[in-house]
Ligand binder design. Structure first.
Ligand code: LIP
Length: 262
């Protein structure tokens, strides 16, 4: 696989963590029927995956900063570069034995996401992108969809649960968008939602109240596949403000107007 030394390091780390998670996922399926459930086991699997990734990346680039879902933020000697990592995006899917989850690794340079790797280990699909070199699924080049009409488009989102996130605003989004499109999907993993926009499988995605590690790698994938990404509010940076909208180039403005209620 061609790419920079950083990208190859990211792919190696994602694959190593993915192999560990695939083994754990088989055990989770067996634990579904246990009275205690697989909760603690999944927590351990999540933390082990982040340990593997952190060991690989910080050994290879010891001066970079770190932001991981499980271990938080560590400032690096190089203040311009930071790894942004979700070792297991789609945790609830994993917990319930649903094979739709991913390892997500982003590299930020001076506040801009410049490289991303998303590894769907259950389906053996690895998505990757570096600024200026396109977006890829395994060895195939990715392009966003070509749909130009909202009524033909299928969008993905995340719907808040258990009192988390922005439920009233999301319900308003749904009320505006559902009559205007061909369908919505809520598949429970933001990184894969963004990867599917890059792959042209979804025409767009939006979500409120998610974390930098959910979206970092997916942002560069969508942009390198010819799509657009922004915050939901005018001028917001998605990673800084925790809300995101992404779409193909033809639909992005119309899609964003619907979500913004314009
Ligand atoms: C998940 C996101 C998803 C969101 C969930 C959760 P996690 O990340 O990928 O889009 O709707 O609430 O935040 O927790 O599985 O890493």
């Amino acid at each position: 696989m061609q790419g920079s030394a950083n990208l190859n390091l990211m792919i190696k780390a994602a694959r190593k963590a993915g192999r560990s998670l695939v083994k754990d996922f088989r055990e989770v399926e067996n634990l579904q029927v246990s009275s205690k459930g697989p909760g603690d086991f999944v927590t351990r699997a999540d933390r082990e995956a982040e340990r593997i990734i952190k060991q690989e990346l910080m050994t290879g680039r010891p001066t970079y900063g770190w932001l991981g879902e499980e271990t938080g933020e560590t400032k690096g000697a190089d203040p311009t570069r930071r790894w942004i990592v979700d070792p297991l995006d789609g945790t609830t899917n994993f917990l319930h034995g649903l094979p739709h989850w991913a390892v997500s690794i982003g590299l930020e340079h001076k506040g801009e996401i410049v490289s991303g790797v998303i590894f769907d280990a259950a389906k053996d699909e690895i998505y990757w992108a570096e600024k200026g070199t396109g977006a890829w699924l395994n060895e195939s080049r990715l392009r966003v969809s070509g749909r130009r009409v909202m009524s033909d488009a299928v969008f993905a989102t995340g719907i808040p649960f258990a009192g988390r996130g922005a439920l009233p605003a999301t319900l308003q989004d749904l009320a505006r968008l559902m009559p205007a499109c061909a369908g919505l999907r809520r598949w429970g993993a933001a990184a894969l939602d963004l990867a599917y926009v890059a792959a042209g499988r979804f025409d767009g995605y939006w979500e409120r109240g998610i974390q930098p590690w959910d979206m970092a790698a997916g942002i560069i994938l969508v942009r390198e596949a010819g799509g657009f990404v922004s915050g939901i509010r005018e001028g917001d940076d998605p990673v800084q403000h925790g809300s995101i909208i992404a779409g193909n180039s033809a639909l992005f403005e119309d899609f964003r107007k619907v979500i913004r209620g314009e």
